[in-house]
Write a protein that binds this ligand. Sequence first.
Ligand code: ATP
Ligand code: MG
Length: 436
Amino acid sequence: MADILRAVKGMNDILPASVPRTEKLPDSGLWQWFDTTVRTVLGRYGYQYLLTPIVEPTALFVRGLGEVTDIVEKEMYSFVDAMNGDRLTLRPEATAGIVRAMVEHNALYNGPLRVWTMGAMFRHEKPQKGRYRQFHQLDVEALGFAGPDVDAEMILMARSLWRELGLVEGQQVRLELNSLGQPAERRAHRDALVAYFQQHADALDADSQRRLHSNPLRILDSKNPAMQTLIEGAPQLMDFLGEASLAHFNAVRAVLDAAGLAYRVNPRLVRGMDYYNLTVFEWVTDQLGSQGTVCGGGRYDGLIEQLGGKPTPAVGFGLGIERLLLLIQELALPVPGAVPLAYAVLPSAAAVPQAMAALESLRAAGVAVLMHAGGGSMKAQFKKADASGARYALIFGDDELARGEVAVKSLRDAGAGQRSVPIGQLASLAREWLGA
Ligand code: ATP
Ligand code: MG
């Protein structure tokens, strides 16, 4: 036998719960439930679904994210298309691609848009729990809206999602909020910051030394414990914000306060991408070690112009699906399973054609039926029926079929006994089961 081939390091298969898995990754049932919940919640806020390509021109991310960011510096899967020499990159995040699409299609011609997408992102990072090389994001963007109302709406929408998923905000996920102000305010702060770090140059680690002139704000994002005291004493951007920026920030806070959403203002929250301004936020958890940010976003009023569009304000967030599902798994939250309503027991091969035709009418009426395939004894088939979690067994015995009937037995209520239903009346049985 030939050697088996394995998935690329840091890229995972998402498998059904019935498949034994070595790594404790969330099963596909959890993914499907997340998917359904997202569609429901985002629909309630009027967000529209869109899809963009997984591969984009490398220049899009270099221009969009900023040259001196972790992603562009060292995390991108970039390659040259051997067919034509194009420089391409597997998308490391979704915002740049969505903005590219909006500009390319002049999508904001008729006014602002609320959109969302979901899919795989790629970053060449050290794989560990909650950090992978292929991971998935839910990405939400509101384009063409300048006001703080939409920033706040987006944050409330995330809370609504947590609630639908059974997560308690404030405990299992907490909101951190900050304002990055406008470019001029950031420049004034940046100058003060450079002066401060220059005074303490000998206390800077190598990464920070390098960032001192290229991107000093990113020093505040350093995860090096040895740097924390120095960072805490640094000048704070909040003290450099002008009236308009403060008003924007306070307006976001007023909505959150009125909606009873508790948050912490975290002046050190700067986010990894260069394109943010004004509102930035993260939803964090203490349950996942150092991979504690499940969702992060903010306003990026300069990006659309930077990518060749008309100056247009925008705000968005990215949610790490693996991290969120790991959290749900860790907390052992109840997840509605995808169990069949009925299990079809087929004692003889002769029953198969007639039984399968009958099952089609049940499914057409909306009933999930798992058919026992491959034969076997009645006892073995009933064991499978029980294990499937189904509420009813449908028994297509030769005697029943000869009378044009199927036997229906409750698998959950032993006292309910067994009854026979004419095959022609399966549609009304379906209505009875589905409570219609
Ligand atoms: P981190 O600081 O953890 O590296 P980030 O700031 O790089 O996160 P964003 O670019 O804001 O992350 O992406 C939004 C979300 O996507 C993150 O909050 C996280 O939940 C998730 N995420 C980011 N990178 C990864 C990864 N390599 N594997 C799994 N999830 C990720
Ligand atoms: Mg990162």
